[in-house]
Design a protein around this ligand. Sequence first.
Ligand SMILES: *Cc1c(COP(=O)(O)O)cnc(C)c1O
Length: 458
Amino acid sequence: MSPRTIIEPFRIHSVEPLRMTTEAERRAAIAAAGYNLFSLRSDDVLIDLLTDSGTGAMSSEQWAGIQRGDEAYAGSPSWYRFEAAVKALFPLDHVIPTHQGRAAEKILMTAIGGPGKKVPNNTHFDTTRANVEATGAEAVDLVIREGLDPALEHPFKGNMDLDRLEAFLGRHAVDVPAVFVTITNNSGGGQPVSLENLRGVRSLCDRFGVPLFLDACRFAENAWFIRERESGQAGREVADIVRDIAALADGMTMSAKKDGLANIGGWLAVRDDELAARCRNLLILTEGFPTYGGLAGRDLDAIAQGLSEVVQHDYLRYRVRSTAYLGDGLHRAGVPVMRPVGGHAVYIDARALLPHVPPLAYPGQAVAVALYEAGGIRACEIGTVMFGLHPDGSETPAALDLVRLAIPRRTYTQSHIDYVIEVCSEVAERSGHLRGYRITDAPPALRHFTARFEPLAD
Ligand SMILES: *Cc1c(COP(=O)(O)O)cnc(C)c1O
């Protein structure tokens, strides 16, 4: 028999109770939070799909790694296990541990960014964009056009637009310190990038003499999609596909809170000796000694073990299938979702669901608040709140107004997800009554984390 049901490839070893709340309690909680989901107490959330970052469940072997962790300041065995696990997948000469992905971005951009520089990417993630712009450089998104059409089916919607990249490098190569490719393309819907496309980016980088960096947070999910969807890749070991990807890159930034299967951690890795030396000096200023970065030895061990688990096929089959289960359920219920479903999250197309709410009234925020009020589900706006504000203070609609339901790894069961489908369907049925929001208070950058909102009057 070859069963059709794909089961969770683990059983539960310790449990965390969920706290039930009433709709009245949730309405009061979100109003007090200024209608910002980041400002809620997580105790007031039933199903927390705010992010898949650092929120997953660790395995018993990872917890054993936590016990094994060696806290020597310099040269700990935990560091050597971590470095070996990273290099087994990404054989880059210099691995520089950081407390999370953005610390790696900050260090790298401080070293290579600056006014007048331009950094192309398929789509910059929010912290990546902010770290590019914080140095005075410009962050440019060059994803293929198909990647901007939420309803369109395409196997690799995260691909870089090679024609536009070629034209861009033709004009600006001297000002480009690196080309970035984000795998999977988080802000573009968790969509994968094909190996063929990465090879195309590599050959353009070679032609114009520009290094290629990976924002590799979900490298294992991306490699699984390559195995599933790219011709000639079926049946390969995911770890080998990852090594093929790594062979194309001059460096990478990584958040171990994603495909490191850990609660904290990250790294920067580069081939270039001189760049590595500059980055290590910055690391010592802000993160710590080069054999621990901002991490405890126990965290390094948890990540090392996580990297061996994340490329296992049973895990990835379950991971990608269970995310698609949510997306397909919403699609069937008539909720407009980004197609095809990505690896770590399902994205509701809030602009399509709320055509009566203009982008500058934040339809994504309206949907996210409604999901919380109706069912205690915490999602994340990925749209005009997150990307609409520019460094010069002007505001324009983002390319898309999405609401991301990110799935923490190995954390929720199928009945939790059935509940999420039910709540989203209920909110979609009365979407015509949802109103937009206005921002009453916001910081000058990364405003989505701390802005306060007010519902617009009818
Ligand atoms: C999460 C993420 C980052 C930043 O990593 P943190 O660990 O949250 O600092 C960068 N790029 C992408 C694509 C991400 O998903």
